[in-house]
Design a protein around this ligand. Structure first.
Ligand code: UDP
Length: 314
């Protein structure tokens, strides 16, 4: 008799990262059930999976009770608004999906005796006073600032996940995702990668916030998903940073986008948003040791692929 397929539930599976993760799980031979309320996700991201007998989409808001029939082996909780402008516009939904949504997913994991992995974030470190950020750093978060709705929701999600692990012995994993980019990002989600590529392709000025001296480290989506898949297969329960440690200033990043698009766009300077982290770079020692993982795609290669994706979207 052939072994039954493993079943994975992916919340937020119609989003940027959730859809890439669903692709990877299907390629690994899983059945995949996506739960998404399409608040920031899009059916376009999973259109290619329609008709796949191992794939199912259920339109559902995971902040309300989750019911999935049959056995479930893995739950990947990726539902959440994730760009600063999204969570500024959707503060309550962001808090609810990180808190109630995580609680419901953990409840499902307990009921199904499933493994659970939650998408956390480098935002847990806030505007970090330690650089680069190791998992041991507790962060510098303003709980009541505009970004607090996302940061604190994710910090609560981590606390809830560890409580279910320690108290109910659920097999849980926590990935702290650093800035990730690639095809299927929304052109207008406000994040710097789609913003600059869209502006460059349309010949509009690139909007540099502040003086552009703040730094970020950009990871291509396939690298990130590989790290997450490896984490899900292991036995380590504390948070693990996954991201690319090569750091750029936003100004350097803007110049690279102009070079790769061949755009003649100018740069305009806009005010720096409140609590915008000044620097961010993951220390990935833990991921290297535990998962034998490190990113393979450099920024130029990944950006070329992302620019190609956006060319016919602008
Ligand atoms: N940023 C920018 N111009 C834009 C969008 C973003 O200069 O049009 C800056 C932003 O202030 C931040 C960095 O780019 O310092 C990354 O922003 P993003 O929204 O992509 O994500 P974050 O890392 O802040 O969550």
């Amino acid at each position: 008799m052939t072994k039954p397929k493993l079943t994975s539930v992916v919340t937020g599976g119609a989003g940027f990262l959730g859809s890439h993760l669903s692709d990877r799980l299907l390629a690994e031979g899983h059945r995949v059930i996506v739960l998404d309320n399409l608040l920031t996700g899009s059916m376009d991201n999973i259109a290619h999976l329609a008709g796949n007998p191992d794939f199912e989409f259920i339109k559902h808001n995971v902040t309300t009770a989750i019911r999935v029939p049959g056995p479930v082996d893995y739950i990947f909780h990726f539902a959440s608004p994730a760009s600063p402008i999204d969570y500024l516009e959707l503060p309550i939904q962001t808090l609810k999906v990180g808190s109630l949504g995580t609680l419901n997913c953990l409840g499902l994991a307990k009921a199904k005796n499933a493994k659970f992995l939650t998408a956390s974030t480098s935002e847990c470190y806030g505007d970090p006073l330690q650089h680069p950020q190791t998992e041991e750093y507790w962060g510098n978060v303003n709980p009541i600032g505009p970004r607090g709705v996302y940061d604190e929701a994710k910090r609560f999600a981590e606390a809830m996940t560890m409580a279910y692990h320690r108290y109910h012995h659920i097999d849980t994993k926590i990935v702290r995702i650093f800035n990730t980019y690639g095809p299927r990002m929304r052109l207008r989600d406000g994040r710097v990668v789609p913003a600059f590529i869209g502006q460059a392709l349309k010949g509009e000025s690139l909007t540099i916030f502040g003086e552009g001296q703040q730094t970020r480290s950009f990871c291509f989506c396939s690298d990130l998903i590989d790290g997450i898949y490896r984490l899900s297969q292991g036995n380590y329960h504390e948070p693990v940073n996954i991201g690319n440690p090569t750091e750029f200033t936003i100004l350097e990043f803007g110049k690279l986008v102009l070079k790769l698009t061949g755009s003649k766009s100018q740069m305009v300077y806009k005010p720096l948003p409140q609590d915008d982290p000044k620097q961010r770079r993951p220390d990935i020692t833990k991921a290297r040791k535990l998962l034998g993982w490190e990113p393979k795609i450099d920024l130029e290669t990944g950006l070329r692929r992302t620019i190609d994706y956006f060319r016919d979207k602008v």
